[in-house]
Design a protein around this ligand. Sequence first.
Ligand code: SF4
Length: 361
Amino acid sequence: MGLMDLDKTRIRKLRGPLLDWFDGEERRYPWRDDRSPYSVLVSEFMLQQTRIATVLERGYYTNWMNAFPDWAALASASEAEILKAWEGLGYYNRARNLQKTAKVIHTDREGEEPGSREEWLRMPGVGPYTAAAVASIAMDEVCGVVDGNVERVFSRLFSYEQPIATPDSKRRFQEISDLLVSPERPGDWNAAIMELGQFLCTPTSPRCSSCPVQGVCQALQKGVVDQVPVKAKKSAPIKKKEQVAICRHGEKVLLAVETSSRRRGLHRLPLLDEIEILGRQWVQVDHFDYAITKYKVGLDVYFADLPDPLAATISCDLPEDQLCWVDLSQPSDSWPAMGAPFKKALLRHIKRRQEVLPGLE
Ligand code: SF4
């Protein structure tokens, strides 16, 4: 069976068993209880580049919906509030784009939500996958989604042995997704095909013996399941080094405000070469690696105790309005929103001090 070589019988053999399997699994997610365009869009933005377990276990979705229950509440929130609610999920432009969309809908469109996949595509940060997910799940539009799970499932179902990351492959996967989607239950069909990829048709060791569509799976019949999808080799991460400073005065530590577009408004530890402390030596106290986009960053953490809080700011390259102090005696939840590596460095600093100076932190 080729990618577009699908007759009605074969489509039936796919749709029926897959939807039956989906109904039987009954996975409960909070965003499935309220299938409004707002709740679906929030969940889809959160789940881009983040695992479902992370979003659920740490309560990101529920906390967000409590803080910003609708377009109006999100549109009127401050940037600091939305970054704090998103803290730890990373890729903060998702939160900013979500708020931009809320402003377009609440303010420019006076509350009128986009009415189709095409209209959703015009919202800030909404790509073809997200537009199809919201239109099908929240509005029953008959359109198919294509994400990494769907690409893997289709590659195997149709034994697609071309590289999947090319524009031609992307176009063909979208065509097949739009063709296969159930007219009666488009949202459930899209969720079902993605869940098949998440739970059975996994990247390694797919559970074909439990698969509801094994009878029509071309890769299984040809014995090439482990050879598809065909992917281009990943290039090795680029290594970088970063040196940051923990300048501490009593319980307070100096923070800088990010100004780069990706992390704008978040807080971070100042870089070592942004700060000079007269008459004091930096001591390296920690090192760990973190990954961001195509980089593997080795973070060196230096420390200095300041007798005078001004000593740090006087010799700092950053303007005063880009500096603030965080009080380490307060719970970390109440600290200003900061990038995960910097928060981790501060929490490890507190832990080390507790081990060395028990009872003082
Ligand atoms: S039979 Fe195996 S390879 Fe084919 S769709 Fe099912 S889980 Fe994936």
